[in-house]
Design a protein around this ligand. Sequence first.
Ligand code: FAD
Ligand code: AMP
Length: 476
Amino acid sequence: MSNNYDVIVIGGGPAGYVAAIRAAQLGLKTACVEKWVNKQGKLALGGTCLNVGCIPSKALLESSEKFVDLLEHGELHGVIAKSVKVDVPKMIKRKDEIVKQLTGGIEQLFKANNVDWLQGHGKLLPDCKVEVSGDDTVIHTAKNVIIATGSTPIEIPSAPLQGDIVVDSSGALDWESVPKKLGVIGAGVIGLELGSVWRRLGSEVVVLEAQDTFLPMVDQQVAKDAQRTLKKQGLDIKLGARLTATKVTKKSVTLDYQDKDGDQQVTVDRLIVAVGRRPVTDNLFAPETELLLDERGFVHVNNACETNVPGVYAIGDVVRGPMLAHKGSEEGVAVAERIAGHHAHVNYDAIPSVVYTHPEISWVGKSEEELKASGDNYKAGVFPFVASGRAKAMEDTSGLIKVLADADTDRILGVHMVGAATSELIGQAVMAMEFEGTTEDIAHTVFAHPTLSEALHEAALGADGRAIHIANKKRR
Ligand code: FAD
Ligand code: AMP
């Protein structure tokens, strides 16, 4: 293996492995440094997303949703399943198998694209050199280095992790039995998704969230709708409840928390700590490189993902912006293309976000609260799924789609959804925004009937008071 590369990527998650593959596709001699050891004790590519993040969580969300759907809605559809049971170890095994296939797939893609996998810990040295410490320590040289070392769960002193009783998001993906009573700290994306998995499988779930607002980054009409539905499902979400201490015994965890009424206590069998993630920069660079971090510990970059060190870029969770796999991948592609001399950019205004609960909460662009705060002259169209024929046929009518557009130019500024399959529907809104579309563009688009996507059409029509399947307040 040569020690000289055009590009060395440190980190093989969705930001880093995508950057490496794109760089290699463009004819650059590329290596990727990765040290992840999976639960089978083997080195693996794919980072958080494939090993303990997006993919395994979605595998368990899918399995648990199948169970609860059959259990709770089977009879309604005339499907009588005599005894619906859960085999948790089998669910976990299926999840592990998917992870194995997908991480192995990245290894194959590296081979097919001639990306060298340098196994070990990567450290940036001056002059674009990278020290890789694995079985031995080797110094490699590159024309460009891309840092993609990702993020890791934040630990808080009030809830130190303990065995399989107090766990972070990774631990909560491996329980082989259902806790009778489960506590979740943090009603963010990860807390809600993992709380949902175990609620569906039978846990009584209490979620403590320090902030008073539910999902403050989401349009509040959508967030409130989602909160109501999740509550109906039995997720006991306590807002304005800050965890202050935990006491762990062999079998239970007592949570001390404070809310507006003072000191409170609740006892659970197991606890998931999901209070956010921090960037990974541990032993990442020699001080002589003078790589700058920002005040929150992220690698400092400009809009083009350039760090302050010439030839060194940083992408994904280790830099500012939403901690999302697709955001990191897009940055990876753009950086690889720029290194190869192409023009490339990431449209940070059109990055979708999804909470994969049921109903799914999906959004892109500005919320109504943000538009109000910035004084924008906007218009809004809302369409509830209860008026959708397809949603009725599915017996899945909760939620709505909201389209926000500039009142003068009609350009779409944000789309917010809560409902079944909105993680798929949001792509249509992202595309419309990427093409700088207007509500008129969506109005002119023909959507298949009956589909959930018709609700996007109707919400866009609704922005001008001309939705068909709902009584309009304003007319045009
Ligand atoms: P990572 O995936 O964290 O990868 C970084 C890699 O760098 C790791 O493999 C690490 O071993 C390696 N590394 C670090 N330091 C070094 C070093 N010095 N030398 C060598 N290697 C190093 N996002 C979504 O978009 N959709 C979802 O549905 C979603 N679900 C999630 C569910 C959970 C439970 C969690 C925890 C996260 C989820 N995320 C989701 C977030 C997503 O996983 C991250 O945004 C994404 O993985 C970030 O990609 P990355 O490549 O920047 O970093
Ligand atoms: P996210 O960053 O989206 O994963 O969400 C993490 C959530 O955890 C945030 O909404 C925080 O407000 C919440 N959080 C952080 N610390 C605590 C705490 N001690 N008690 C309750 N909630 C917390």
